[in-house]
Structure formats: C-alpha cells, structure tokens
Design a protein around this ligand. Structure first.
Ligand SMILES: Cc1cc2nc3c(=O)[nH]c(=O)nc-3n(C[C@H](O)[C@H](O)[C@H](O)COP(=O)(O)OP(=O)(O)OC[C@H]3O[C@@H](n4cnc5c(N)ncnc54)[C@H](O)[C@@H]3O)c2cc1C
Length: 303
C-alpha cells in the first residue's frame, strides 16, 4: 500500500515541488545520492574505488521534454566518460533512455546511444542502459538492439517482476547481450508484473541461473541475501568463478553486505547517482523500504 503510494508520488510534479521546498529538503538526498555536482560524484567514486568497489555513475534526470535537453544529457555523459578516463577511475556509466529523448522520438535516443557507444569504444569504457517503467520496455530493448554495439561496450537491464522477462532474457542471451538483472522499481499493473514478492524472487533466481549458464559476463543488482545466495549456489555448483559475473548495489544501501561480498572475493559495483533531479530516484528508494519513510520525516522537519 505504502509502496504504491510512494511510487505514485514519485511520478507527480506537485508533491515534488512541495517536498523539495520544505526546510530540511536539501539534506534528504544525502542518504542515497553522492551530491548535486560531478565533483561530489568524483569524490565518492575515488573513495569507493580505494575501498575496492567498482562504480557505475548515473547523472540523475529522466523524461526530458525537448530534443535540446536530450542532446545536453548526451553531451554531459560524453564529458563524464572523458573525465572518468582522465582521472583513471574504475567507473562506467548508467543512462536512462527517456533522458536521451526516448519519449519524444525513438530515433533521437538511438542516435545518442550510438554516440555514447562510439566514445566508450575510444575510451575502453562501458555504457549500461537502465530499464524504466513498462511503457518504455519494448522501445528500450529495440534501441539496445538497433545500436548494434559490441557486447563489451553496451549492456541492458531486465526486471524480474515483469512476466515477459523470461522471453526477453532468452532473446538477449541468444544475441549475446550483457544483462543487469534487478527486481524492478516502478509501479506496474498485475497483468504485466507479478504482484507477489515470492513470484518476483523466484523469477529472479530462475533468470539468474539462465544468465550464469550462458557464460556471458552479467551483473546481479540486488541487496537481497536470498537472491545473492541463489546466484552463488548456482555459480559454485556450475564451477563459475567470481570473476565471471558481478554484484551491483545502490549507493548508501546495504553497506555491510557490500563490504562482506567484497571481502569474500566477489566483484561489487556501486551504482552512484548524482545531480539536482533527485526526487523520482529518491522516492523509488523510499518505496523499496518502508523504514526509509521514518528517515524522511525525521529529516524533513529538522529545519
Ligand atoms: C545496481 C542497481 C541498479 C538498478 N537498476 C534498476 C533499473 O535499471 N531499473 C529498475 O526498475 N530497477 C533498478 N534497480 C532497483 C531494483 O529494481 C530494486 O527496486 C531494488 O534493488 C530493491 O530490490 P532488492 O533486490 O534489493 O530486494 P528487496 O527485496 O527490495 O530488498 C532486500 C533487502 O535490501 C534492503 N533494501 C533494498 N532496497 C532498499 C532501500 N531503498 N533502502 C534501504 N534498504 C534497502 C532491505 O534490507 C531489504 O530487506 C536497480 C538496483 C540496483 C541494486
């Protein structure tokens, strides 16, 4: 119930204006976001790299409303890739296609993805396309395919809450794609997404097994110890080594678990978001864990 309400609010402009204008609002994103500027993000990446973590960097922003904004997002990411390279940081980028104009014109988003992949090839870098809500599933997968990028330059995300995902994973594996598997963070109707957590979890483990068996290098984006256990059990039984896949977790979430996996010799990549447009990302993080709402209330009224 609370999850549905928070996800509903995450897509609304009026609560966004209200929440971001309250006295304690500036402190809110610190829990989940590296800061508002690229410099803040670079500082966080340096620290995480020094601790042994890999990083994927997300410049917050989604659903641009005109082509100029999409172009600016693309150029921003090109500069970010250059900067990561020149600083010698172990970090790649994660992008949302609606920030590159997907909702305006699919070919525009494709053109920007190709520009990012070209630069990634020159810099020996990697671009991950995040997966957004179901209105964009089909077009996101299409843009990924049409980009015709080498496997080592472009990857995609699959959400285990979607009923269609088993089919999508089969298609993507046949194509040789690198996948990040997650449970899914958006508000979806029961016709297309499993409403029960137990089904989402069971599907996650099934899809993870298929992905591991492909021997393509994939990522498992979760903080759920049972999902991680499912991945590790299958990997051990199939003699798949720790360098053949990676775990990914969100900045500021389950930090103890992040360190544990690293200490056990697994590769862990932290998803680091930064930027001013933190509201929708922040609300999705609240929706994932009701206890986070207490954190929101405590901070909001501290002035
Ligand atoms: C690296 C990465 C990239 C992602 N990319 C996408 C994407 O492209 N598209 C998409 O739809 N979703 C994405 N997600 C979000 C994902 O879909 C889930 O909503 C999120 O990971 C929570 O699911 P979980 O697997 O951690 O399991 P859950 O069952 O939700 O959580 C398991 C446990 O993890 C902890 N936990 C989880 N979330 C939080 C939180 N916000 N705050 C505090 N503790 C928490 C709690 O202890 C919880 O009990 C991504 C997640 C990660 C880690």
């Amino acid at each position: 119930m609370l999850r549905a309400l928070l996800l509903y609010l995450s897509e609304r402009k009026t609560p966004q204006r209200l929440l971001t204008s309250l006295p304690g609002a500036r402190r809110l994103p610190e829990r989940f976001i590296a800061g508002e500027t690229l410099e803040d993000a670079i500082k966080a990446i340096r620290r995480l790299n020094a601790e042994g973590f890999e990083v994927t960097l997300d410049h917050l922003g989604e659903s641009v409303t005109n082509p100029a904004e999409a172009e600016a997002t693309c150029h921003g990411y090109l500069d970010v890739m250059e900067r990561l390279r020149s600083e010698g940081l172990r970090a790649n980028i994660s992008v949302k296609l609606t920030a590159l104009g997907l909702a305006l014109d699919e070919s525009l988003a494709l053109q920007h993805v190709k520009a990012l992949v070209d630069r990634a090839s020159k810099l020996d870098a990697f671009v991950r396309i995040d997966m957004e809500g179901s209105p964009f599933t089909e077009s996101t997968l299409r843009v990924f395919r049409l980009a015709e990028a080498p496997r080592g330059r472009l990857g995609i995300v699959i959400q285990s809450y979607l009923r269609r995902s088993a089919r999508d994973v089969d298609d993507l594996l046949a194509y040789g794609a690198r996948i990040r598997l997650v449970k899914g963070a958006y508000k979806e109707p029961a016709e297309i997404a499993f409403p029960e957590k137990s089904d989402v979890d069971a599907n996650f483990v099934d899809l993870a097994r298929k992905m591991l068996a492909s021997r393509i290098y994939h990522a498992f984006g979760t903080h759920d110890r049972s999902m991680i256990g499912g991945v590790l059990d299958f990997a051990r039984a199939s003699k798949i080594g720790p360098d053949e896949f990676e775990f990914q977790m969100l900045y500021g979430v389950a930090r103890k678990l992040q360190r544990e996996l690293l200490q056990q010799g697994y590769r862990v990549r932290i998803y680091v978001p930064y930027g001013r447009q933190w509201y929708p990302y922040f609300m999705r993080r609240l929706a994932e864990r009701p206890a986070n709402v207490l954190f929101l209330l405590k901070n909001l009224f501290r002035g």
